[in-house]
Design a protein around this ligand. Structure first.
Ligand code: PHE
Length: 466
């Protein structure tokens, strides 16, 4: 069965046989894309043929446009002479910079000859065929004249593509049968009807099954990696006391990270419920940093700026070693949004507390995490964090990107372990997850990780391999 549009096209073709697609487009006032799909469909059903044509047309160059206004130099020369011979000097004075061209072409075309220092016209007036041709542009040109004009840099070639539509059948094929019915079978009528063939190449409509956001998939993959290494996930709230975000982590109260332009303060205050812990932290700050520690500052609330705040809370719960916990969560920092920065992003922070844990084992733990994430080559560099000693930064090698900073880590300071009242040696680390996700998914703009555009998300994939 043909659609109404297909029938319309056939009706138009019936009287004309062959037309240009552009003509059809205008006659039926259809958008080009619609017309094209109708034509393709009719073609596949054998109603018409399509032929793409490439026509050469010519158009004026800048110079061509100027010449056509003033007249070609040789024509101007002849028309100025108006049948009378003139001296070369006179002609030069009139033609100026066009003298050579004018004389050259006029002689070649035998419009003038040069005799005894005079330029003698052989015709009274000139209007060369080139000038006539130029006036007809843009359009087609005869081969010889086209090559002359091209040589004189007066025209340039342009290709115009067009589609010719040639009708083959103009009446709709007799109706074909799609389903074999009992009636057709019993009556034997199936012998006479025409069956419509299956088109096994037809594209089915896309079917979108529900799936997780690719960034969520990535975060879950990271969780699986940590769980596979014997870690337990812990969580805490976005709204955090400065106490856990900073003080318990040995970050002094005048530390620049605590400034308003770095972390996001919230109105109101909270309370540290463990008075003894509070007392020990106060003592730790005053003894080591030598300043008057303020309980007011530590009670302020903020959007946590590092997932290490969750680690601090884990320590404050005084777990008995061995401890292996991690947290995957959002953190917040004041920042201007661009392709690589957002004021909120994800961190993975981990904690290991064990008897006899040490720095070398920490480096081993980190290498193993990265190996399981898919980063085989890791390098370490000394670093500084207020809460760890010694501290390192880890760099992972990624194809096409080189060495990329992937993590900060270290052994938690004794001061912190003492204040928290936890036995053993603790290794801690923080990994920025957004950048890793960008690298694994090939996303160039961090904002895409948070995209809610379904059309975009349907085609987004993360691969766990490089
Ligand atoms: N919290 C640190 C990373 C870190 C975590 C744990 C130990 C050492 C470093 C950051 O955000 O930069």
């Amino acid at each position: 069965m043909l659609t109404e549009l297909e029938r319309q096209v056939l009706r138009y073709l019936k009287d004309r046989g062959e037309v240009g697609a552009e003509e059809l487009e205008n006659a039926l006032s259809l958008p080009k894309s619609t017309l094209m799909s109708v034509l393709e469909s009719l073609k596949s059903k054998g109603y018409l043929e399509l032929e793409e044509r490439i026509d050469k047309v010519y158009e004026l160059t800048e110079e061509g446009r100027r010449r056509i206004e003033e007249g070609l130099p040789e024509d101007r020369l002849v028309n100025w002479l108006a049948g009378r011979p003139r001296t070369i000097a006179e002609v030069k004075a009139f033609m100026r910079e066009d003298f050579e061209i004018a004389l050259g072409w006029a002689r070649r075309k035998r419009l003038v000859e040069v005799k005894d220092g005079l330029i003698v016209p052989k015709v009274d007036r000139a209007n060369s065929e080139e000038a006539v041709a130029l006036h007809s542009l843009p359009g087609k040109l005869a081969q010889e004249i086209a090559s002359v004009l091209k040589l004189r840099n007066l025209v340039k070639e342009k290709e115009i593509r067009s589609l010719r539509v040639r009708g083959l059948k103009f009446e709709e094929d007799e109706k074909s049968v799609t389903f074999l019915t009992t009636e057709l079978l019993v009556g034997g009528k199936w012998r006479d009807v025409k069956f419509r063939p299956y088109n096994v190449e037809a594209m089915p409509p896309p079917f979108y099954i529900g799936k997780k956001h690719f960034f969520v998939q990535f975060l879950e993959h990271i969780r699986d990696v940590l769980v596979s290494m014997g870690f337990t996930e812990v969580k805490s709230d976005y709204v955090e006391l400065e106490f856990f975000n900073f003080d318990l982590l040995f970050q002094p109260q005048d530390h620049p990270a605590r400034e308003i332009h770095d972390s996001l303060a919230l109105p109101g205050v909270g309370k540290v419920s463990d008075a003894k812990l509070l007392e020990r932290v106060k003592e730790m700050h005053e003894r080591n940093w030598k300043y008057r520690w303020s309980e007011e500052v530590t009670s302020r609330i903020m959007l946590r700026s590092q997932a290490t705040a969750t680690t601090a809370r884990t320590l404050a719960s005084r777990p008995t070693p061995p401890v292996r916990t991690f947290t995957v969560g959002k953190v917040f920092r004041y920042d201007t949004i661009d392709a690589t920065h957002l004021p909120e992003f994800f961190q993975l922070d981990g904690l290991i507390v064990e008897e006899g844990y040490n720095f070398r084992r920490l480096l081993g733990t980190l290498s193993e995490i990265f190996r399981r994430i898919g980063i085989e080559r890791v390098r370490f560099k000394p670093a500084y964090f207020p809460f760890t000693e010694p501290s390192v930064e880890a760099y992972g090698f990624m194809e096409g990107l080189g060495w990329v900073e992937v993590c900060g880590a270290g052994l938690l300071r004794d001061e912190i372990m003492l204040a928290a009242g936890v036995q053993g040696v603790a290794g801690a680390w923080g990994i920025g997850l957004d950048r890793l996700a960008m690298m694994f998914s090939g996303v160039k703009d961090i904002r895409e990780l948070y995209s809610q555009d379904l059309r975009y998300l349907r085609n987004r994939k993360v691969s766990w391999q490089w």
